[in-house]
Design a protein around this ligand. Sequence first.
Ligand code: NAD
Length: 257
Amino acid sequence: MFRTAQLLVRLAGKVAVITGGASGIGEATAKEFIANGAKVIIADIQDDLGHAVAAELGPDATYTHCDVADESQIAAAVDLAVSRHGHLDILFSNAGIGGATSQDDDMASLDMAAFDRVMAVNARSTLAGVKHAARAMSAGVVLCTASVASVLPVPEAAIYSVSKAAVVAVVRAAAAPMARRGLRVNAISPTTTVTPMVTRLPAAVLSKMFSGSNVVGIEPEYVARAAVYLASDEARYINGHNLVVDKGYSVYKAADA
Ligand code: NAD
């Protein structure tokens, strides 16, 4: 006897803020969250794109301008979710920048101004997100996009690698205090993902990145599905974790070393 497959709607009734939701992994996650029954606030600095994505996703999506380098704008996005929907259940701190410079692999000429900027957008914002989630949420999940560079530093992108290791450090440091508030906090670490962050790179840089590895260029939808799982109640016992989505690349690479 066949049983009808049951469609799982994992985030029914949940409200999410997704930073960097106008493009790439954030946009794909907004789509997956809504398909799973959530309402989504897309928080980004690309206003035209963000409005267009929200319009395409329909009434369950709202766009708001939010520069995550500015803590007060993160607080405002969180507060918008609560005022509009009555509660916030998921904060996805996903916005990030690459910020690699041509000197990034030469320790003697590191650009410390670039470091400050990348840390502000990638890492400081993650800690600020945890802070405002703790303030505004009484249950739920904080998710943070780190990178495979958090576990396997990319020498050509030292600044980025440091910033993403810091994202995972935030997750680990916050896990116990957030659990005391009934909240979970986890990171997702994708390998190279086919989004504008990568596709806008010059061809020469791209070919260098894609050579020597058969584990590059995953689709953002599969990162989004990992986010759906971690955000859902099915992952209720997962806290302080860094979920690496890289087809095992970091393990093979570590074994090769
Ligand atoms: P993307 O460029 O398509 O999307 C990033 C989004 O973040 C953009 O919409 C951009 O406007 C937004 N953003 C940038 N600075 C911001 C700021 N100060 N405030 C608010 N929003 C801002 O790139 P993506 O690949 O989707 O990147 C999403 C996350 O995934 C980033 O944290 C990135 O570091 C991480 N990541 C990407 C890859 C990859 O290969 N694409 C791999 C690992 C991790």
